[in-house]
Design a protein around this ligand. Structure first.
Ligand SMILES: *Cc1c(COP(=O)(O)O)cnc(C)c1O
Length: 376
C-alpha cells in the first residue's frame, strides 16, 4: 500500500515527542486523557442532569468567562453538533433579515452558503478575497449581522476581531480554530463561537458560544417573532439550558471533560496571554524556518495575516508536498497535508496551544532532513 512512499527513516533526535500536527482535530494532551481515565468511573456514563456533569459544564462556562475576560452580561452557552450545527442555529436565531459574510476559505464560505440557502433570510452580502488573504467587513445599514472567522483554518489566514467602524449589527465570529490561540477583545464581538476540537484540544460534537447582551436580546426578539425554528437549533432553548449548566439533549461527556481540562490548564499557566504567547512562539519557529528556507515559504504573503495557530507552507514545485507528508506519516508524524480543496503544493501545520513549540522546531528539522534526501 505504501510502496510509493520513499523509505526515509528519521533519526530519533528528529522525532517530535508527539507526532500530531493536524489542524482539525488537534492533538489532545495525554495528561487530559489520563485525567479523564481517572475520573471515568464516577463521571462517564452518569446523568448529565446531575451535579457531577453539571459541575463540569459550570467550570466550562465560568472558565471561559475568565479566559476571555467577558464583560458583565455576556453569557457562555453550549449545545450539540459542533460549529456546523451552530451555523444552522445562527441562521434561525441570530440573523434577523440579512447577513454580511467575509468568505475567504472553506469554512467562512460554508456559513455564507447556509444563510444564502435559508428561505426566511434575504440573500447575504458576501465579500470574498482570494485564498491567502482576507477582505474587510464594511458597515452597511442593509445588514443586521457581520460574520467572519477569527482564523480561516483552510488557508492559514487570521484576522483581527474588530467591529466594522460605524456598524450596528451583531458581530458573529467563528473562533473554532482561533479561540485560545489568538488574542481577542470581547467588546469587539457579539458572538464568539467554536467547537472544542481545535484550540481547546478536545474531541468534537459540541459547540460553545460567548454571547453579548445584544446577541441574547436578538435571540429573544426572533423567538418572539413568527419564524419557525427546529427545536434542536432553537437558541433560546440553548440559553435556557446553559443557564442551568445543562444541554438540551445528551452531550458528549468526554468532549466536555477534555475541554475543561485544557481550559483549566491554560488558566493555571496564565490564561489567554500565556496561550497566545505560546502560539506566537510556535509561529515564529515555523514561519522563521520557512522564511529562511531555500525550498519552503509561507503561503500567506502579508505577515500580519499569517495565522499563529495554523501555518500553511508552500514547497518548491521540485519537492512534492504530498510525498513529504507521506514520509512524515510513515515516521509517525501525521496530518500535515494541506487543505485538499486548496490544491497547492503545501504543508499545513497546526500550532495550537496543546502543541509543544519545541516539537514544531523538531518538525521543521525533520522536514529539512526529508527534503534533502528526496532531492538527492
Ligand atoms: C473545523 C472548523 C469548522 C467546523 O467545525 P465542526 O465542529 O466540524 O462543525 C468551522 N469553522 C472553522 C473555522 C473550523 O476550523
Amino acid at each position: 500500500m505504501a510502496s510509493d512512499v520513499p523509505e526515509i527513516q528519521l533519526p530519533p533526535e528528529l522525532r517530535p515527542t508527539d507526532g500530531r500536527f493536524g489542524s482539525g482535530p488537534s492533538k489532545v494532551r495525554q495528561e487530559a486523557v489520563a485525567a479523564l481515565a481517572a475520573a471515568a468511573p464516577t463521571y462517564l456514563g452518569t446523568s448529565h442532569r446531575q451535579p457531577t456533569v453539571k459541575n463540569v459544564v459550570r467550570r466550562l462556562r465560568e472558565g471561559l468567562t475568565q479566559l476571555f475576560s467577558l464583560p458583565d452580561g455576556y453569557e457562555v452557552v453550549l449545545s450539540n453538533g459542533g460549529t456546523t450545527a451552530f451555523w444552522d442555529a445562527a441562521a434561525f436565531g441570530l440573523i434577523e433579515r440579512r447577513a454580511q459574510h467575509l468568505a475567504f476559505g472553506e469554512f467562512s464560505s460554508k456559513f455564507a452558503a447556509v444563510t444564502s440557502a435559508a428561505p426566511f433570510l434575504e440573500a447575504p452580502q458576501v465579500i470574498e478575497s482570494s485564498p491567502g488573504t482576507h477582505p474587510e467587513a464594511e458597515a452597511s445599514a442593509d445588514v443586521d449581522a457581520y460574520a467572519f472567522p477569527h482564523n480561516e483554518t483552510s488557508t492559514g489566514v487570521a484576522m483581527e476581531v474588530r467591529r466594522p467602524a460605524g456598524a450596528e449589527g451583531l458581530v458573529l465570529i467563528d473562533a473554532t480554530s482561533g479561540a485560545a490561540g489568538l488574542p481577542v477583545d470581547p467588546t469587539q464581538f457579539d458572538v464568539y463561537y467554536f467547537a472544542p476540537q481545535k484550540g481547546f484540544a478536545s474531541d468534537g460534537g459540541v459547540w460553545i458560544a460567548a454571547m453579548s447582551p445584544a446577541a441574547l436580546e436578538r435571540v429573544a426578539r426572533i423567538k418572539a417573532s413568527e419564524r419557525w425554528t427546529p427545536p434542536f437549533l432553537d437558541l433560546s432553548t440553548v440559553i435556557e439550558n446553559s443557564r442551568l449548566d445543562q444541554t438540551y439533549n445528551t452531550p458528549a461527556l468526554t468532549t466536555l471533560f477534555l475541554t475543561v481540562n485544557q481550559l483549566e490548564w491554560i488558566l493555571e499557566n496564565g490564561g489567554l496571554a500565556w496561550s497566545t504567547g505560546r502560539c506566537d512562539r510556535s509561529a515564529e519557529i515555523v514561519y522563521g524556518w520557512a522564511d529562511a528556507s531555500s525550498y519552503a515559504s509561507p503561503f500567506v504573503a502579508d505577515k500580519g495575516d499569517r495565522s499563529h495557530v495554523v501555518a500553511t507552507i508552500d514547497l518548491d514545485p521540485a519537492l512534492d508536498a504530498t510525498t513529504v507528508a507521506k514520509v512524515l506519516r510513515t515516521n509517525g508524524i501525521v496530518d500535515t497535508e494541506s487543505y485538499r480543496k486548496l490544491g497547492r503544493n503545501q504543508l499545513r501545520i497546526a500550532m495550537f496551544v496543546a502543541i509543544e513549540p519545541d516539537d514544531l522546531a523538531t518538525l521543521t528539522r525533520a522536514i529539512d532532513y526529508i527534503a534533502e534526501r528526496l532531492a538527492a
